[in-house]
Write a protein that binds this ligand. Structure first.
Ligand SMILES: C[S@@+](CC[C@H](N)C(=O)[O-])C[C@H]1O[C@@H](n2cnc3c(N)ncnc32)[C@H](O)[C@@H]1O
Length: 488
């Protein structure tokens, strides 16, 4: 079905372009994917479109074209595969033993102290190979995508999205040129409440469609511009002009660097006209490909988008190109729309987790409203009472997913706010007990609050918390400071 949809999109391209007067320079692929010649990329598409057992079983071996990395040989370079037959277990194990070490080391440096939620964790499907490090398959691509995720975390984009999830329930993300979907896969798992759109050459939507559709089968897939709430929507690049809606985050990595100037300008115009909401962000990481006769996307974007901030990572030199966060706001990068690095914010920001049982409880909402009204207070709510409805918490895998999801919300915080009003509901207790267990295992202080409208916390709750305080921001923050100081 996925291949059939993609093949139809490829077939419809010429008619669509002609009927709608789309600039052919924008609609038809450039660089690696340019049509006309019997090039290896076109051959790869034809090979994968057969969707036979070998392709589906080992799809990841056929994704070298997006990463420049031959997964089963653990090295850079061609060829574009026709078959994986030569790669026996021994051949792959030998290549890993010889050449995977540097990727593991680089990955370990990037992930030291990162909460679980921020770890790129490729599913053990489609012939993914690498070293198992603490349950994560680590290879060149795991490292490469981790670099992108670290940039999103460090730049404050992830925190911003978390806030938007709380405020709106649904967030909208667009990726231009998603390759086989490696980054999309992480984003969708980290933000189950995002609706994820991919604009790509239809040939490449085959790869991302197969990978994302088959690794996250419970999610809805859509082909074309109709909305797919909380699912994946695949839009062929030639129909990009028909996508006229704002997104909270737009992503482009290692993709504009292989486009023509006409194509990048066209995307910049779409960003300005429709895709970048006034408070939206465009995260872009691309190589400078001028030495190969291509462009440096940043030069073109800088002329079009007023707000820009270069991103870096502490003690890590970026391997996959210069990274920039763009916005429609002022050119002054200190403006608030462009996230401040989390490391700079840590000393002055209160990171809190409010106990929840996967519903927006009145006390939960009130607490947020109360702190939001305190002038000059910087605080972040790490509690997201929402998970992917496709996950069944009663299965072993579902239970594990939910525990990890909670751990990733609780691990980074300075304190857990224990809402007795939520605890009063019997069915909520198993979740609050689990949240407490996670907090205790990490020595995170727990501060109790009575139900709204009551002055006293219940005896049961009092026995569970470190301290009980009133609904008063001053008292609450003083308790956080005190308990934190006692920890150190
Ligand atoms: C080198 S891959 C990078 C894939 C992925 N973003 C990553 O970081 O691994 C380049 C991606 O850009 C896409 N691309 C190339 N030209 C494009 C265009 N004109 N419009 C949209 N995507 C395009 C390719 O199809 C491919 O998905």
């Amino acid at each position: 079905m996925i291949a059939a949809r993609v093949l139809a999109m490829v077939d419809e391209r010429q008619g669509y372009v002609e009927r709608n007067g789309i600039d052919p320079g924008f609609a038809y692929p450039d660089a690696n994917w340019s049509l006309g010649s019997q090039n290896a990329f076109a051959a790869l598409f034809a090979r994968v479109a057969r969707c036979d057992q070998e392709v589906i079983g080992q799809l990841r071996a056929f994704t070298q074209v997006f990463t420049g990395h031959l997964l089963y040989e653990v090295r850079r370079g061609a060829p574009i595969l026709e078959s994986v037959a030569p790669y026996t277990d021994e051949v792959v194990a030998d290549a890993l033993a010889q050449r995977n070490g540097p990727y593991i080391e680089a990955w370990q440096r990037l992930t030291a102290n990162l909460p679980l939620r921020y770890l790129v964790n490729p599913p053990a499907r489609f012939g993914e190979i690498g070293h198992d490090v603490g349950g994560i398959i680590v290879n060149h691509d795991t490292f490469a995508y981790q670099e992108r995720v670290n940039l999103l975390v460090e730049s404050g984009v992830v925190a911003l999205l978390d806030r938007l999830v709380i405020e709106r329930g649904e967030i909208k993300i667009l990726e231009i040129g998603a390759g086989w979907g490696g980054l999309a896969s992480w984003v969708k798992r980290a933000f189950p409440s995002c609706s994820y759109t991919i604009v790509d050459l239809p040939e490449c939507l085959l790869f991302s469609g197969l990978y994302l559709g088959l690794t996250q089968p419970a999610l809805s897939l859509g082909w074309g511009c109709d909305p797919v709430p909380f699912g994946f929507r695949f839009v062929p690049n030639y129909a990009a002009d028909a996508l006229q809606e704002p997104f909270d985050l737009i992503i482009n990595t290692l993709s504009m660097s292989e486009m023509s100037e006409v194509q990048v300008r066209h995307y910049a115009a779409l960003l300005k006209a429709h895709w970048l909401a006034l408070d939206g962000l465009f995260f872009e990481q691309n190589q400078d490909n001028r030495h190969l006769g291509f462009i440096r996307a940043r030069d073109i974007l800088a002329k079009e988008l007023p707000g820009q901030k270069s991103l870096t990572l502490p003690s890590h030199e970026l391997q996959k190109g210069m990274a920039t966060l763009w916005s429609l706001r002022s050119a002054d990068p200190s403006q608030a729309a462009i996230g401040e690095p989390i490391t700079e914010m840590q000393n002055e920001t209160y990171d809190l987790f409010l106990t929840h049982a996967w519903r927006y409880h009145e006390d939960w909402t009130r607490f947020g409203d109360m702190l939001d009204r305190v002038p000059d207070l910087s605080w972040r709510n790490f509690s997201v009472p929402w998970y992917d409805p496709a996950v069944d918490p009663n299965t072993e895998a579902g239970g594990r997913f939910i525990r990890q999801w909670l751990e990733s919300q609780i691990a980074p915080v300075a304190a857990v706010i224990f809402l007795d009003g939520v605890y009063a509901t019997k069915s909520a207790r198993k979740w609050l007990d689990l949240e407490l267990e996670i907090a205790r295992a990490r020595s995170i202080p727990v501060i109790g609050l009575a139900p709204v409208g009551q002055t006293e916390i219940s005896n049961e709750a009092r026995a569970l918390v470190d301290v009980a305080v009133g609904w008063d921001p001053g008292q609450i923050l003083a308790a956080v400071d005190k308990l934190q100081a006692a920890k150190t």
